[in-house]
Structure formats: structure tokens, C-alpha cells
Design a binder for this molecule. Structure first.
Ligand code: DAH
Length: 341
């Protein structure tokens, strides 16, 4: 009997040796430790043995069961190790491969220029005053000295909403009235940045949306020389300390007198080229002394207060700084353009 048990053990162990995977392991367990295994059969027939043989055979059979069970655990762990090793080999990561470049974001070129403008004017004491993009006819035109049928309105084709008299602002100048009505009769030194809209045919020189930065200074004894000094300094800080600027007489309904500011063409240095259209000068903004009617509409007494205003286009300035030929690139969302800045 003991000999038979020894054989059972040896057979089981040598078969376990040949097991190669989890399925084989399960089959082995059923065959050698299951209910109908040879070992179980020996144990179930224990009662039929002579009394004096029973303890010895029983003890040996249980020893074998324990031995087989721990061999099973050992084998199972060994198989798992092999499986892990195999997957590490098969799914090996090549850490020497170059990584995918991280996509870093950046500011839109117009935003970059806007921030530069804010910085320069902040240093001169101008605060940002946010005004609305949806305006009334009164603020966009009337209160700025452009009554209905005023020929100056022809400069702007406008996006009208379905509500009569409500439109998208064509310029940032209506913000002047909002700021004045909030602060009058106190002095004001603000800039009003933001998007403007015009219903236009798209060309290289015109867009239906664009930014403007309006400047407004109101107080006692503000003169045209304050305007000149401020804007000449702005041009130097924006384009370089050696850049010359000039004031050209112009007309805007909301300023009197009015002017346009040019800077010396930094491409040709003033001798004339295709960028400045052979004039040697580049126009950068419109400006003037706030018209008495506009002052009055804002709540100031033009006998006591004066002020200056200006309007500059950040996209236009960006075009000059980077020699961008077509203004439509700004809002075309073409990454090939945007990634250059
Ligand atoms: N609002 C004018 C435009 O959109 C720009 C402008 C000109 C603003 C002269 C001003 C100014 O404040 O004084 O063309």
C-alpha cells in the first residue's frame, strides 16, 4: 500500500513538471487532487485496510496530499513569473524613441500688440475702461456729433440688430461718452480697448471685425501739445526711441481740431519703399481735441474742461511691426499664420 502511495506521488510530481500553463495546471489539480484522483481513492478505501495498517497509510496519504498541494502552489507561482517575464519581453517599451513635442500655446499677435499698448499707456497713467460691443445709434453716432444723415456716417457700414437703433459698434469712440457720463466733472485718463465691427467687403485692407484702442484724457488746461507729446512718446515707446512721427491735419466729427499721426517708415528709413507706398511715412492713428459738443454730451462744460482723444488699430500696428500684408490673416484661424508669432 505504501509503495502504491509512493508511486502516486512520483507520478503526480513528474507530471506537474511537464505542466506549461494555467489550463494544464487546472487539469493536473483535478486529476491528482480531485475527488476521483488515485489519492482520494486510497483514502476512501482506508476503512477496508487492516486496523494496524490504517494509521500509517493514512498519515502517509495526508503527507502526500500536502506535498502535492504545496507543489501546486509553487508551480502556479512559477508559471505566473514566466507569464510576467514573457509579457515584459513582448511589450518592451523603447524609451530611446524621441517623444512627441509638447504643443505650447501662445498669445494671438493682436493680443500681444494690445498688451504692449496697455503697458505703454499704463506707464503714462491711463487706466483701462471696458465698454460694450453692442451699442445704440445714439452712442455710436449721435452723441459723437454725427446726427442721422451726417456724411461722416458714410465711412461706416454697420451691422444693425433686429432691434431698431441697436448695432454693433463701428469704433471704440462711443465708450468715450460712457466714460465721461460716469466720471464727469472729474478728470479722466482712460483707454478703451476692444472689438469693433463693420459691414464691409473683405479685402487685404479691411476686415469686418478688428480691435481698436481709444484713448481719452479730460481735465482743465489740457492742450493740443499734451496730445502731441503723449502720442509722440507713444510712437517712440512702440516703435523705437529713434522713430520720428508727424501730425497731419485731418477731420473727425468728434474732434476739433483733428489730426492723423504718421511714423517715419522703418523699412526704408523715410526714403520711400513699397511698404510706405513711396511716401516715407506710415499712418498709425487718428486723434484730436474732444469736440465741445461731445464734451457737453458727456456732461462736461467745454468752457471749463478740455480734452484729447485718439484711436489706434492694434492689428494695423501689428501689420507694420511684422510686415503682414493682409489684415484678413488675423481672424482667419490659420495655424500657419498664428504659429509665426
Ligand atoms: N473712431 C475713429 C475710427 O474708427 C478713430 C478715431 C479718430 C478715434 C480720432 C478718436 C479720434 O478718438 O480722436 O476711425
Amino acid at each position: 500500500m505504501l509503495e502504491q502511495l509512493n508511486r502516486i506521488e512520483q507520478t503526480a510530481l513528474s507530471m506537474l513538471d511537464q505542466v506549461r500553463d494555467e489550463a494544464g495546471l487546472q487539469q493536473w489539480r483535478v486529476k491528482h487532487l480531485g475527488r476521483s484522483s488515485s489519492l482520494s481513492q486510497v483514502l476512501s478505501k482506508l476503512g477496508q485496510l487492516p486496523k494496524e495498517e490504517r494509521p500509517m497509510v493514512g498519515r502517509r496519504a495526508n503527507q502526500i496530499r500536502q506535498a502535492l498541494e504545496s507543489a501546486l502552489v509553487e508551480k502556479s507561482e512559477a508559471l505566473q513569473q514566466v507569464a510576467i517575464q514573457r509579457s515584459l519581453e513582448a511589450e518592451r517599451l523603447d524609451v530611446s524613441m524621441p517623444g512627441r513635442p509638447a504643443h505650447s500655446s501662445r498669445l494671438h499677435p493682436a493680443t500681444q500688440t494690445l498688451r504692449k499698448i496697455y503697458q505703454i499707456l499704463a506707464e503714462m497713467g491711463f487706466q483701462i475702461y471696458w465698454s460694450r460691443e453692442v451699442e445704440t445709434d445714439a452712442y455710436n453716432f449721435e452723441l459723437l456729433n454725427m446726427p442721422a444723415h451726417h456724411p461722416a456716417r458714410d465711412m461706416w457700414d454697420t451691422f444693425h440688430t433686429t432691434t431698431p437703433g441697436v448695432l454693433l459698434r463701428t469704433h471704440t469712440s462711443p465708450g468715450q461718452i460712457h466714460a465721461m457720463r460716469e466720471f464727469a466733472p472729474e478728470p479722466i485718463r482712460v483707454i478703451l480697448p476692444g472689438m469693433c465691427y463693420r459691414y464691409e467687403q473683405l479685402t487685404a485692407r479691411s476686415e469686418i471685425q478688428f480691435n481698436q484702442v481709444e484713448g481719452l484724457a479730460i481735465g482743465k488746461n489740457i492742450t493740443f501739445s499734451d496730445l502731441k507729446g503723449t502720442l509722440a512718446d507713444f510712437a517712440r515707446r512702440m516703435f523705437g526711441q529713434n522713430v520720428r512721427s508727424r501730425f497731419r491735419a485731418s477731420h473727425f466729427p468728434f474732434t476739433e481740431p483733428s489730426a492723423e499721426v504718421d511714423i517715419e517708415c522703418f523699412v526704408c528709413g523715410g526714403s520711400g519703399c513699397s511698404v510706405c507706398k513711396q511716401t516715407g511715412w506710415l499712418e498709425i492713428l487718428g486723434c484730436g481735441m474732444v469736440h465741445p459738443t461731445v464734451l457737453r454730451n458727456g456732461g462736461y462744460d467745454p468752457e471749463k474742461h478740455t480734452g484729447f482723444a485718439f484711436g489706434v488699430g492694434p492689428e494695423r500696428i501689428t501689420q507694420l511691426r511684422h510686415r503682414i500684408e493682409d489684415i484678413r490673416y488675423f481672424w482667419g484661424n490659420d495655424m500657419r499664420f498664428l504659429e509665426q508669432f
